[in-house]
Design a protein around this ligand. Structure first.
Ligand SMILES: N=C(N)NCCC[C@H](NC(=O)CCC(=O)O)C(=O)O
Length: 444
């Protein structure tokens, strides 16, 4: 049976904007109130996804969520016509309108945690949508995320869907951004690494002082239980609180893994030596630990360029390639490190740079834009084929973006009732294009 690691990229929604909503995410805060370009954002993401499909990877697309989310604004007491709801929210509570208009579901590394069938006791792929409780604009994503995943992975012979964890800060869960699976081959049982920022119950463990730790140990442990992973196939590592305080709000901003390779910054983990030794003990066979020293790339440079928010992919030849944002190429220290990396004895033999700056300005690099699902060919055949990125779907989606997306959006435009109409018209067409059914509330 053939094995793949499929990537499901989030399609950037028509309301992509810079509202500075994410405290602790340096890029989101520093680009607050700048004008965005939703059309360019969607096309940059599609181009990156298509390039991976062209490299031979299985590549899917996840639809954006309905925004502005008028339904949530109504739950918050704004009433009248949809236009009146938007206008009242803009006047009385602009921060709530901004939260309900964010296109943040594009970062599908935060959509869910996924454990492949090779790792789970029941031999099925398990999905748990992330609760994303730390930020209000993200906490309104999980219900639709769950529906979307069920619409795509809709066969209970192969796929198990769990509810998001109960919505409370002690169970803060940010999905695959804090989870990496290492293995020798995608179809062999691997070790799932859960990285958490703090413990809600163990007062002896350290916590960041300045910025929030979004993921808790208790949430990571609950997901491992739900996904039927045993102790031998899991490692729980605490993120170094000092790096969270420098803007590393998810582990995928400081570490990334693929197959038997882990690429990470020297300061990424708390008690890293012990934990990586545990990993070495649990993963059968060779393990490539590529640690980037701080004297070559500082945490500040890592956060600025997203060197670790790269995707490491395995090509048909067996070689690995690094999919990096152009920001890495533009920083002389990071570029020098990457040049050296290609000469080192690691599985990475190629580096490809992509311009995803529209997403980067909100703190989302190439790896944030994708959700990984390791699958065999039977499982791939069982999912909704209309979400897989073919030449035809790529052309259709680009034309769809051209028809419906604006090329400039300011935060003040979010109250424009016309933007809501444009957004719903676009999404309605998209559900038909990708045969998703009526997943959005406005369609019911
Ligand atoms: N690292 C991963 N996997 N994902 C990146 C998520 C970026 C997202 N930014 C935002 O939500 C900014 C939205 C705004 O400011 O308008 C966040 O902070 O949750």
């Amino acid at each position: 049976m053939k094995q793949f690691e499929a990537n499901f990229d989030g399609l950037v929604g028509p309301t992509h904007n810079y509202a500075g909503l994410s405290f602790g995410n340096v890029a989101s805060q520093s680009h607050a109130a700048q004008a965005s370009n939703p059309r360019a954002a969607a096309k940059q993401g599609l181009k990156k996804a298509k390039a991976l499909a062209d490299m031979g990877l299985v590549q899917g697309i996840l639809a954006p969520q309905e925004r502005p989310d008028v339904h949530t604004l109504r739950r918050l007491g704004f009433s009248g016509t949809d236009a009146a709801v938007l206008q009242k929210a803009a006047k009385q509570a602009p921060a709530l309108l901004q939260a309900c208009a964010s296109a943040s579901s594009m970062w599908t590394a935060n959509a869910a945690t996924v454990s492949p069938s090779a790792d789970t006791c029941d031999g099925k792929i398990h999905f748990t949508p992330a609760s994303l409780v730390d930020k209000f604009h993200r906490a309104i994503e999980p219900a639709t995320t769950g529906k979307l995943l069920k619409a795509i992975f809709d066969d209970n012979r192969y796929f198990v869907h769990h509810q998001p964890l109960p919505s409370h800060p002690s169970l803060g869960d940010e999905g695959a951004a804090n989870h990496t699976r290492l293995c020798q081959a995608y179809d062999q049982a691997g070790v799932e690494i859960f990285v958490y920022g703090q413990s809600a119950t163990n007062a002896h463990l350290p916590k960041p002082q300045k910025y929030p730790a979004r993921q808790t140990l208790e949430a990571s442990e609950a997901i491992a239980r739900l996904h039927q992973l045993d102790n031998d196939s899991t490692v729980f590592i605490q993120q170094n609180p000092a790096v969270i305080d420098q803007g590393v709000f998810h582990n995928d901003v400081i570490a990334v893994g693929n197959q038997n390779m882990l690429f990470y910054h020297e300061q990424a983990f708390w008690d890293g030596k012990k934990k990586l030794a545990e990993l070495r003990g649990k993963l059968q066979g060779p393990l490539h630990l590529v640690e980037v020293p701080n004297h070559q790339v500082s945490v500040t440079d890592a956060v600025k360029t997203y060197l670790f928010n790269t995707q490491i992919i395995t090509l048909a030849s067996g070689e690995m390639a690094l999919i990096a944002p152009t920001d890495c190429e533009e920083n002389p220290r990071v570029k020098a490190y990457l040049d050296q990396l290609l000469t080192m004895d690691t599985p990475i033999k190629q580096i490809h740079f992509f311009d995803v700056k529209q997403s980067m300005h909100n703190g989302g690099g190439p790896a944030c834009l994708r959700l990984r699902v390791a699958m065999n060919d039977t499982e791939i055949a069982a999912l909704n084929q209309h979400v897989l990125l073919t030449d035809e779907l790529f052309e259709k989606l680009n034309r769809w973006v051209d028809r419906h997306y604006r090329d400039r959006l300011e935060v003040t435009d979010l109250a424009d009732p016309q933007l809501l109409i444009e957004s719903r018209t676009a999404l309605d067409e998209l559900t038909q294009l990708m045969k998703l059914g009526s997943i959005y509330l406005f369609q019911q």
